[in-house]
Design a protein around this ligand. Sequence first.
Ligand code: FE2
Ligand code: FE2
Length: 415
Amino acid sequence: MASGFDDSSPVLDFLEFVERQPQQSVRQLLDKILLKSRMITGAEAGTVFIVRRKGQQRWLQPASMQNERIRPKLRDLVVPITAKTIAGYVAGAGEAVRLDDVYAIPPDRPFSFNPQNELKGYRTVSMLAFPLKNYQDQVIGVVQLINRRQPALPEPVPFEAEQTRLVTPIARAIATHIERADMLERIREQNVKLHQRNRELAEQRAQVVALQGETEEAFMLSINLLARAAEIHDEETGNHILRVNEYSYFLARELDMPASFCDEIRYSAQLHDVGKMSINTAILTKRGKLTPEERAEMDRHPHYGHQILAHSPRLTLAAEIAYCHHEKWDGSGYPRQLQGEAIPISARIVALADVYDALRSARPYKPAFSHERTVEIILQGDERIEPRRHFDPKLIQLFGEQHAGMAAIYQRLKD
Ligand SMILES: [Fe+2]
Ligand SMILES: [Fe+2]
């Protein structure tokens, strides 16, 4: 083994050994490369330096260090790439250096050995230092082998000139693998950072979603309380407002309205009578017939509702519903006598939902009607309701086909 580079088998051996472990870290790879280099050449110690760069600056940094005699620690050593140091010269010139005794370097060489770099209790004699070049001929590192040993000889012996010549293909193969491993490692590090960043982002998102959830819940609660507050003096109580929400959602879905509209009408419908909050309690609670003035004031509740709700962008639909839920298809409704499709579809839906629920519920002046009787009234009319004049014909037709869905909601949410 110590005789080293006698044929090409060490090169193949080397490549095979590196290929076997494509996933290892650069550090592990360098440790093994150094160990293998030492075994092949008989070197007792060695260091692998890697070229580091930052902008225009380049320097060498020891990345692996081995010694049979003493246990070296990888020092925070920085070797400038200049001709003055051995490793720096090898990196800069891109050529190997072989020295029989580092303390007796021929005077024509530009570099010298710095005894301060000697590990404690150790003496460097012979050295073989060669560059690690990639296929673009760039030096990416330097391998420095120290003190070649031969069995039975007490002192280190010089490296052979032959060994210098033979390291070139190995060095190239090593360099390529180091570069690849270094690249993989950097990609892996980037991946770890990306994963970390993703985790952080996911956490932040979860917090935002939780906060949004809380805000949304608070919003829903507020408008439900508002709707309940408005009906406090009303004959419509209990789950009326919740059922109107659900009927409206059901009808909107059956009409194939956009999902956002369906979601919005589901919480907006309950606010249709919110304007009643602005009506004098005496009028709201009065038993018996209202005077024309009182009736006029009562009929202003759509207007008041619109005023209460119009300020919030999330309540635009609710404001529209409040304003228009007493309009009738033929223009005989109030407050603006809107006609046909001039009445917003949201309000047309809620008007039908509101009437269905009023018919199903008991009132001081009427009993609760069955679903069948209610369907009959909405489709055929009675003394108070004229469906063709009051409702959107398209909605009446839909109701005629899908009224079972309305009955199911009533059953589910009945008081
Ligand atoms: Fe109303
Ligand atoms: Fe109502």
